[in-house]
Ligand binder design. Structure first.
Ligand code: GLP
Length: 273
C-alpha cells in the first residue's frame, strides 16, 4: 500500500486524475471501476479538462460503477438535483463531458425486479469477467468505513448483490445529497446494489481517496487496523494487491504512522522517480 498525502483536496484530485490519465494513455481500452460521491468530483473535473485540453481519449474505455441505489433509476424528466440516481450523477458529472461510448459504461440497474436480482448481479459479475476484469478501481470511503455500499459485516468474499444500507449511511447520504435536493428522509432508499468486497479486491490496481477532517478517524481505522468486517475498507491494505491511498492533510491527520508515510513518499520521490 502506498499512502500519498498532499496539502489540499485540489492537489490530490490532480494527482488522482493524473494516475488515471497515464493508465488510460498506456492502455486505451482499459476497464475502469468508477465511484460516485463528492470525493471523486475533483478528479472527474480534471479528467474532463485533460480530455478537452490534452486530448485524453475515452472512446475505447469501458467503465463499471461500484453501486446504485435500489428502487430508483435515471430519469431525465427530473432535474439533475431531483434525480438522485448514481447513473444521473455519472452522466452529469463525467460521461456527458467526454467521448466515452455510452455502450461501454455499466452501472447497476436500480430498477431491476426483485425476482431477477440474483441473475442480474451474477450477470454484472460475468460482464466484468468477460471483459478481462477491472484494471483500475477507484474508491471513496463512507463514514462507517464502507467501500462501494459494502456496509459493516460484509464478507471479504462478497460479490455483487443487494445490500441493506446502514443507518449512518442513510443519515449521511440524506444530508449530503437528498436533503439538498429538497427530498424528505423517507425518500432515501434503504437498499442498494453494490459490487462485493470480493469483486473490488480482484481489481488489478486500486485507488482509495479521502478528503477532509470528517474522514480522518475512519481513514486511520481503515488503514491502520485492526482488520474488521465492521469497517469494510480495512480489508484493502491487507488483501488488495496494489493499493494507492490519496489523502489531503485533513483526512491524514489522525494516522498514527503519518511521519512514516511522508518519509517513504519522500524517499520514493528522491530515489525511484
Ligand atoms: C456513497 C458511495 C460510496 C462513496 C461514499 C462516500 O455511500 N456508495 O461509494 O465512497 O458515498 O461519499 P463522499 O465521497 O461524498 O464522501
Amino acid at each position: 500500500m502506498d499512502v500519498i498525502i498532499k496539502e489540499s483536496y485540489e492537489e490530490i484530485s490532480r494527482y488522482g486524475a493524473n494516475i488515471l490519465a497515464v493508465e488510460i494513455r498506456n492502455n486505451p481500452d482499459i476497464n475502469l471501476g468508477l465511484a460516485t460521491g463528492n470525493t471523486w468530483l475533483g478528479v472527474y473535473k480534471e479528467l474532463i479538462r485533460i480530455h478537452n485540453e490534452e486530448e485524453l481519449d475515452f472512446s475505447k474505455v469501458t467503465t463499471f460503477n461500484l453501486d446504485e441505489y435500489y428502487g430508483i433509476g435515471i430519469d431525465f424528466n427530473k432535474s439533475p438535483k431531483e434525480d438522485q440516481s448514481y447513473a444521473r450523477f455519472m452522466h452529469e458529472n463525467f460521461f456527458r463531458h467526454v467521448n466515452i461510448n455510452q455502450e461501454n459504461t455499466h452501472i447497476p440497474d436500480g430498477l431491476v425486479l426483485l425476482e431477477n436480482l440474483d441473475d442480474y448481479c451474477e450477470g454484472y459479475e460475468n460482464e466484468i469477467k468477460s471483459r478481462g476484469g477491472i484494471d483500475l478501481q477507484i474508491l471513496g470511503i463512507g463514514k462507517d468505513g464502507h467501500i462501494g455500499f459494502n456496509e459493516p459485516a460484509s464478507s471479504v468474499k462478497s460479490r455483487t448483490r443487494l445490500e441493506i444500507l446502514d443507518e449512518t449511511t442513510i443519515d449521511t447520504n440524506w444530508e449530503k445529497f437528498y436533503r439538498k435536493a429538497g427530498g424528505k428522509k423517507e425518500d432515501m432508499p434503504y437498499f442498494a446494489i453494490t459490487m462485493g468486497i470480493g469483486t473490488i479486491l480482484e481489481s488489478k490496481r486500486g485507488i482509495l481517496m479521502a478528503s477532509g477532517e470528517e474522514k480522518a478517524e475512519i481513514i486511520a481505522k481503515a488503514l491502520e487496523g485492526p482488520l474488521t468486517a465492521q469497517i469494510t475498507a480495512s480489508y484493502l491494505p491487507i488483501y488488495h494487491p496494489s493499493l494507492t491511498v490519496l489523502l489531503d492533510e485533513a483526512a491524514a491527520s489522525k494516522l498514527e504512522r503519518y511521519e512514516h508515510y511522508k518519509h517513504v513518499e519522500e524517499l520514493k520521490r528522491k530515489f525511484l522517480k
